[in-house]
Design a binder for this molecule. Structure first.
Ligand code: CA
Length: 537
């Protein structure tokens, strides 16, 4: 028995030393993730509405992916895919349900592989983070001002604006990390999620700016009757008084005040003028976008501070910095705000990375998706990728290579029906030139020629005469077959297509942790796991 113990100890020691050797030169990784940040609200991506100097700085120093997509354009499912490298139908999070933290995630592999791992900011998976040496996360959506955070020790509050606080926590994590290990930090901003409450300096900056309107703000949804006309995420009709930052009458409080703020106004008095109809929509667009873009600017400021910290502490050369967002977003495009629909603004997400081994000022155009992030993190760390992960490492693309066998289409599936905003469930495929969307509960298809019609205004299947044209019918058949192929490849058997099969538990709590009161940034990081900081000389 003793001999077996000795032998096991030797094997274990050997394994541990191998692990240590494997990570000695491994790069640090900082993954900055924002919530609802549209690709076209980044100047490096050609934004017409704002400037993001710090994200541009990241893009200039590294790789900016020009065809990066999300596989289910909504917060909680996207985050489960980020962790598992799997589509929603395999990772158990099709909707806003709680993530089963016993599942396999890249974070667990990184931690076991010798990384010091941290998760700070918006988590929105319901269960506690697992695989992290340090975690300090917002409960559910979290708050913009004086946010509460959950930690292994209990829940605490930090004074300030959430974007600045989250950045401060990230920098404190870096300051107090053990210096003998590579680190992996997930820094997840809540911004620019609805209801868009910017910090004071950026709110002032955007207060009087006039934001250009998108070409499709007045989209009448002609040729696309299946789901768009009934959506409830339009700039014209669905922004509330709370979204528009209208001031309630002073005498209202409690439930009455909340009810007032929840109303979607059909007339608003601005500087003595009563606005209705088209003039009101134009005003609503400006109010929405000013606050949204001010929130984006706060995120960009935070990226700059993080990059500065890495440079000032000689960490740039061995640290990979990656930026992305959890889903796409409509900047008034197709008349909408929000995400969900797999039209281009909802499907596309920013993805930018710089660091050792990453080709500077490059723009890989291969089709990549959020299933690829987990395998990429493991590959960059020099660790094996489990077979259960459905994505593919982006490391070759980051180096500037173009693998000949890279995918040429992306599969998408969204489940809520009708859910918030009355969006209908759909799945579909996007290829280099076309998109086919199937609203499966209505058995309605839409097909677009993205080269001729990038704004997806003309559904090729709308009229029988056009749908029957041989080239249109052939493309329709080809794309339907491609969906079948992708559903088979990714093992989508229609799990969760029926809402009665959705897993139980909510990503929004309840979170019944011990209240710890107001804490400083340093105290919060200490409570987030902080053993290592006490062990340091
Ligand atoms: Ca989101």
């Amino acid at each position: 028995m003793k001999r077996i113990h000795t032998a096991m100890f030797c094997i274990l020691s050997f394994a541990i030393s191998l692990t240590s050797v494997a990570v000695a030169d491994a790069p640090n990784i900082v993954f900055i993730f924002s919530d609802d940040h549209a690709e076209h609200a980044i100047s490096a991506y050609g934004s017409k509405v704002n400037q993001t100097p710090n994200l541009d700085r990241l893009a200039h120093a590294g790789a900016r992916f020009t065809n990066s997509f999300v596989t289910n354009s909504i917060c909680t499912p996207s985050r489960a895919t980020l962790l598992t490298g799997q589509y929603s139908h395999l990772n158990g999070v099709p909707v806003f349900n709680r993530f089963d933290s016993s599942r396999d995630t890249f974070a667990k592999h990184l931690q076991a592989g010798g990384y010091h791992t941290g998760m700070i900011g918006k988590w929105h998976l319901g269960s506690d983070p697992v695989g992290f040496d340090s975690w300090c996360v917002l409960p559910g959506q979290g708050a913009y001002w004086n946010p509460t955070f959950l930690t292994p020790a209990g829940k605490l509050t930090i004074d300030g604006h959430c974007t600045d606080v989250t950045t401060d926590l990230g920098i404190e994590f870096l300051k107090t990390r053990p210096k003998d290990k590579p680190f992996f930090l997930m820094l997840h901003q809540k911004a620019p999620h609805r209801n868009w409450e910017p910090d004071a300096r950026n709110k002032a900056r955007f207060k009087d700016q006039i934001i250009p309107e998108p070409d499709t703000l007045w989209d009448d949804y002609a040729t696309r009757p299946a789901a768009l006309p009934e959506n409830e995420q339009t700039v014209a009709h669905d922004l509330t008084r709370r979204d528009l930052k209208l001031e309630p009458p002073a005498e209202l409080n409690g439930a009455a005040r909340n009810q007032w703020l929840g109303v979607k106004p059909t007339e608003v008095t601005v500087d003595g003028a009563v606005l209705t109809g088209k003039e009101l929509t134009k005003w609503k667009y400006q109010r929405y976008m000013q606050d949204y873009l001010a929130c984006v600017q706060g995120v960009d400021d935070g990226v700059g501070r993080l990059l500065d910290y890495l440079e000032e502490h000689d960490l740039s050369e061995n640290t990979i910095v990656i930026y992305s967002a959890d889903n796409g977003w409509y900047l008034g495009d197709l008349g909408m705000y929000d995400k969900r629909f797999m039209y281009e603004p909802g499907l596309r997400v920013p993805l930018i990375a710089k660091g050792p081994g990453i080709k500077a000022n490059s723009t890989p155009s291969e089709f990549v998706a959020n299933i690829d992030l987990a395998p990429t993190f493991l590959d960059l760390a020099g660790l094996p990728i489990p077979d259960s992960m459905q994505g593919r490492s982006l490391a070759p693309l980051l180096r500037g290579e173009s693998p000949a066998d890279w995918r040429e289409s992306v599969y998408y599936r969204y489940y809520h029906d009708p859910g918030h905003h009355n969006t209908r469930a759909h799945y579909g495929v996007r290829t280099k030139t076309h998109k086919l969307i199937h609203y499966w509960k209505k058995d309605a298809y839409e097909m677009f020629d993205l080269a001729a019609d990038p704004a997806e205004q003309h559904n090729l299947l709308y009229t029988e005469s056009e749908a029957n044209k041989p080239e249109v019918a052939a493309k329709f058949a080809e794309l339907k077959a491609e969906i079948v192929r992708l559903q088979s490849q990714f093992k989508d058997d229609g799990q969760y297509s029926d809402a009665s099969t959705w897993p139980e538990g909510s990503a929004d709590g309840p979170f019944e942790q011990k209240p710890l009161g107001v804490k400083s940034i340093a105290e919060a990081i200490e409570l987030s796991g902080g053993r290592w900081s006490r062990e340091l000389p």
